[in-house]
Ligand binder design. Structure first.
Ligand code: GLN
Length: 189
């Protein structure tokens, strides 16, 4: 691992990757965008951003990143569409998940009416709630006993850990609050 200076790769194929970079910069962590084969294995940790999981699935194949992603054993943090990609199943045959977290997720679990919403997420590791921005967010359907819930609102698990993987169904990179990114760094590097 990279000691106190981990190299974080942010999948930069599609979606909300830029803001993650700014977040890490704000906490003095080096991050670079991943676009090509060979870049993933140079990283200590990865971020899979929000966007559109069906499009990301296609682009991962087209850019020949699938094998390297499957082989990556370091920590991964997925947000929104990235969370969908980390799950065991997303209930949509167009989405090829990495199956790194023992979680079932519903891509459009909150329905179209509540396209986007903001909720106060209660964190297990900090008293101050996190302003959770949910954008066409996926919904956790269920998860195994080994999965730890790190954040929830109204009984909905929205921030979870399974081994060295983290997922948030919201967009922590949009809240001008680095605690979730800092948590990822502190826990795994
Ligand atoms: N529901 C979207 C998907 O299926 C994710 C939305 C988001 O990342 N903001 O990929």
């Amino acid at each position: 691992m990279g000691g106190i200076f981990p190299k974080i790769g942010i999948l930069g194929l599609q979606g909300a990757f830029q803001k993650h970079h700014e977040m890490f910069k704000g906490i003095q962590v080096e991050a670079r965008f991943i676009l090509y084969p060979g870049q993933i294995r140079e990283c200590d940790g990865l971020v899979l951003p929000g966007g559109e999981s069906t499009t990301m699935t296609k682009l991962i194949s087209e850019m020949h990143l699938r094998d390297e992603l499957d082989a990556f054993s370091g920590p991964i943090f997925g947000t929104c569409a990235g969370a969908i990609l980390l799950s065991k199943s997303a209930g949509d045959s167009r989405v090829q998940t990495l199956k790194r977290m023992d979680i079932r997720i519903d891509r459009k679990g909150y329905g179209r009416q509540v396209d986007s919403f903001i909720q106060s997420v209660q964190l297990t590791f900090d008293k101050t709630p996190f302003r959770g921005i949910f954008i066409r967010a996926p919904r956790i359907v269920d998860f195994s006993d080994g999965v730890e819930v790190l954040g929830e609102f109204e009984g909905e698990a929205v921030f979870l850990r399974d081994n060295n993987n983290l997922l948030a169904t919201f967009h922590p990179e949009l809240s001008n609050d680095a605690r979730v990114h800092q948590y990822f760094i502190d826990q795994f590097f």
